[in-house]
Design a protein around this ligand. Structure first.
Ligand code: GTP
Ligand code: MG
Length: 181
């Protein structure tokens, strides 16, 4: 058994979680990595990260490194540094604040300008419409059109509070990362 562990293939995937301030990036990461949720808002300064280890199959262990980029960093020069070596990204907006959906395009263009996969392929992206446990103000039709226009892998209505579609979104990104690995 020890020998088997020793022989396991280890992969490290850096995944970015980006989007406007207060949309729930930190909450999504906390939910996924620790299984917890806090209703109080503690603003992220700069960037932070969490790691989740997945025993993917008998031969593979994946270290998922989730990078939590502060919402107010969009126009900061640091985003390029934070984005480096990323293999996938989730762009999050807040369903109850339509203006945060408008920003998804800006985040995506910033990402595509600053980082690519080693082969030159664009970084795979999912869009997360978060706080789905509250009222939905942004129309799904707009989201679908956006995702078609920009070749987005998938979109999900998520809730970090109620743990809805967070695992599905992460698995979609990890599968895409494996495919391009
Ligand atoms: P910055 O660090 O400023 O960029 O914000 P953020 O995107 O990390 O947002 P954060 O996760 O701190 O969440 C902001 C607020 O929204 C907090 O009060 C959270 O508790 C709340 N929140 C996050 N996700 C959800 C959700 O799915 N449902 C509800 N009801 N509240 C949420
Ligand atoms: Mg945060």
């Amino acid at each position: 058994r020890l020998l088997q562990n020793f022989r396991k293939k280890e992969l490290l995937f850096k995944i970015l979680i980006i989007g406007d301030y207060g949309v729930g990036k930190t909450s999504i990461i906390k939910r996924y990595a620790d299984g917890t949720f806090s209703p109080s808002y503690k603003i992220t300064i700069g960037a932070d990260f969490a790691i989740k280890i997945l025993n993917w199959d008998d031969n593979t262990r994946i270290n998922v490194q989730l990078w939590d980029i502060a919402g107010h960093e969009r126009f900061g020069y640091l985003t390029g540094v934070y984005y480096r070596y990323a293999v996938a990204a989730a762009i999050v907006f807040d369903l109850t604040r339509p203006e945060t959906f408008k920003s998804v395009e800006k985040w995506l263009l910033d990402l595509r300008k600053k980082v690519n996969l080693p082969g030159g392929h664009p970084v795979p992206v999912v869009v997360l419409a978060n706080k789905g446990d509250i009222t939905i103000a942004t129309l799904p039709e707009e989201i679908v059109n956006f995702c078609e226009k920009y070749n987005i892998l998938a979109w999900f209505i998520t809730s970090a509070k109620d743990d809805v579609h967070i695992d599905e979104a992460m698995i979609t990104l990890i599968n895409a990362a494996i495919e391009h690995h």
